[in-house]
Design a protein around this ligand. Structure first.
Ligand code: ADP
Length: 399
């Protein structure tokens, strides 16, 4: 039986010190409430907005940890919508290991499996699990659904799923999992709906945000991704290093005598655009505005690595029919899109500068052999749809 019409779905994306939330109606994909808690701890802040972007008055509460933050979110939602009836809660979970290639309704066994995967994503998985536990305590009996960043890539062939290490590492799960799967899932879904002929071909999606990765998708299936075992691999990011020779890590250990915590800090928080620009900024917009030697160094490197990865992905698929940009940089930075495309004539890409300046949906010229598109991504919608499916609710069809 379908839940009553005032039922809704909550999506949660718990990071190390943040909690992004969205509340969706049962009937359609429109978010009723969106917002996030940031700097959870002593200096936490929470902003929740209604469908028109107006801030909601917050309920009493504190933001000292994830459960307190969730309790404050729930109290605010209940204060704003006294008839709130949650049909399911969807969670973004970074790692589903080799087990999950689809969203899954969380049972005690599933939770145990997710906990066992924490060593593979120690900076993210424990926070995702804390979010699940907090939601289970707040909404007993309401189905909780885990949606994985890794699931989209599970069908990748062995050559893209593995490292050339002793085989026992592959067997114990040291594989190239790939991430940003919810974003790729959303964008391919949009392609299937809007441009089925392109969806059926050889597609590269460049998810360029603070975290950045690229994915080669052939006939709707992920065949290669730039992120591997962890979210450090592939493209340079805001503060993460991207692809690196493992010899550099040995140098840091042996010559600089750094410990693992110090190396982790460098690789995750001091590298990428921030490191390349000599500490100027991890933020692409700030770098574009700075327009100096430091920012040029960072942007040049970023653009070059995106181009290089596209070449690798073309090799993996025997060509490219469509390049899609998404993520904060991919959707908004006309400079990065233009510069990436400028040296891709050999792959059949010709950008239309007017369309690119407007961030139109198609930014390639009519003469371009390979189409280039900009598709704003919506990871929260993928989670909401999975939660809706788990609760057995049909979306209302619009004419
Ligand atoms: P996250 O991975 O944290 O979700 P986002 O997808 O929001 O990150 O992307 C953040 C990045 O997008 C930042 O580097 C930001 O500077 C960049 N960005 C956002 N808007 C613009 C813009 N108009 N021009 C250039 N860069 C932009």
């Amino acid at each position: 039986m379908n839940p009553p019409n005032n039922s809704a779905f909550l999506t949660l994306n718990a990071g190390s010190s943040s909690l992004k939330v969205a509340l969706f109606s049962a009937d359609d994909d429109h978010a009723l409430v969106t917002g996030q808690a940031e700097r959870i701890g002593a200096e936490g802040s929470l902003v929740l907005k209604d469908a028109l972007g107006r801030p909601l008055p917050l309920a009493e509460g504190s933001l000292t940890n994830h459960s307190d933050a969730l309790a404050m979110v729930i109290a605010t939602l209940q204060q704003t919508r006294p008839d709130l009836d949650l049909a399911a809660v969807g969670h973004r979970v970074v790692h589903g290991g080799t087990h999950y290639d689809q969203p899954v309704t969380i049972t005690p066994e599933v939770l145990e499996t997710l906990e066992a995967l924490s060593p593979f994503a120690p900076l993210h998985q424990p926070h995702n699990i804390a979010g699940i536990r907090a939601a289970q305590a707040a909404f007993p009996g309401v189905p909780q659904v885990a949606c994985f960043d890794t699931a989209f890539h599970r069908g990748q062939p062995f050559v893209n799923d593995s490292f050339a290490l002793p085989h026992r590492y592959y067997q114990q799960g040291v594989r190239r999992y790939g991430f940003h799967g919810l974003s790729y899932d959303y964008v391919t879904g949009e392609l299937q709906r809007m441009a089925p002929h392109l969806f059926a071909g050889r597609v590269v999606i460049a998810h360029l945000g603070n975290g950045a990765s690229m994915c080669a998708i052939h006939g709707g299936h992920s065949v290669a991704s730039s992120m591997g075992f962890s979210v450090l691999d592939g493209l340079p990011m805001g503060t993460r290093c991207g692809n690196i020779d493992p010899g550099v890590l040995l140098y840091m250990l042996e010559q600089e005598k750094l410990n693992t915590a110090q190396i982790r800090q460098i690789l995750y928080n001091e590298s990428g655009l921030l490191g390349l620009s000599g500490g100027l900024s991890n933020d692409m917009r700030t770098l574009e505005q700075a327009d100096n030697a430091e920012s040029h160094r960072a942007i040049d490197y970023f653009v070059f690595r995106v181009q290089r990865e596209l070449g690798a992905m073309a090799a993996a698929m025997g060509g490219v029919d469509l390049l899609v940009f998404c993520g904060g940089i991919g959707e908004n930075s006309r400079v990065v899109r233009r510069r990436v495309c400028e040296r891709l004539g050999w792959i059949g890409i010709e950008i239309d500068h007017g369309r690119n300046a407007e961030s139109a949906m198609v930014v390639s010229s009519e003469f371009s052999r390979t189409t280039v598109m900009v598709i704003p991504t919506r990871e929260d919608l993928v989670i909401a749809r999975a939660a809706r499916a788990a609760a057995g609710v049909q979306k209302k069809e619009t004419a």
